[in-house]
Design a protein around this ligand. Sequence first.
Ligand code: OAD
Length: 243
Amino acid sequence: MTNKTDEGISELREKLWQARQVVVLTGAGISAESGVPTFRGEGGLWKRYSVMELATPEAFSRDPKLVWEFYNWRRELLAPLSPNPGHYALAEMQRRIPRFTLVTQNIDGLHRKAGSTDVIELHGNIWWVRCTGCGKLMEDLRVPLPEMPECPTCGALLRPNVVWFGEMLDPQVLNAAYEAISNCDLMIVAGTSGTVQPAASMGVQAKRSGATVAEVNLEPTPYTDTYQISISGKSGEILPRLL
Ligand code: OAD
């Protein structure tokens, strides 16, 4: 017996292997099955902690120790976690599809750990730090980092290389995402609530440029009725079935 999910998967599978250029946009939901808390919904990070006290440039100027405590806690939480079948399915798709771009809002680095390459990380990566003095960017895998980590080159305070609320996304990173989106004929939007711009409207932009857009999510989002295909379920179960 086929149900709506099976039909959606068959339709998407067919489109996927016919597409010339594919973009996948992921959000926190893709990492949920690895044990990473999402931001919204039951048990979400922003239900327990205040964004304004922890994830803004103002918070960092006011109390860098507190902000680093929060990021050190998240690094400790993430360090032992592994990618799940959803991450691995996307890495495999990239190997099989010649023109494939993975765009993520996640900072957890799990797509790279699963073997995806050239990942467009819209919101940065928690495993990279940036010097507030000389601007140097470095990968730093220490867990935990010192309370107030210092730049090895100039001694100034380091910050996590992530995008905070009120900050601009890196224009080069954003342009790379838009370029892929405007040229794709299929976009899959997986595990994102579609509440944070500019990522939230990227699916609509792909659709306007003529692409088929498919959503994979546990719950309906503001865009569920807008996209041509909507598959309800866990990304770790749905995405491997597209291979
Ligand atoms: P959210 O926490 O807002 O949304 C997670 C989405 O994943 C929800 O729509 C869930 O229904 C869905 N979901 C949960 N588990 C799932 C699963 N196993 N399979 C499929 N879907 C699942 O996370 P994002 O949309 O990623 O930004 O949030 C966007 C941005 O808001 C984040 O990048 C972060 C946050 O504040 C910054 O920190 C700048």
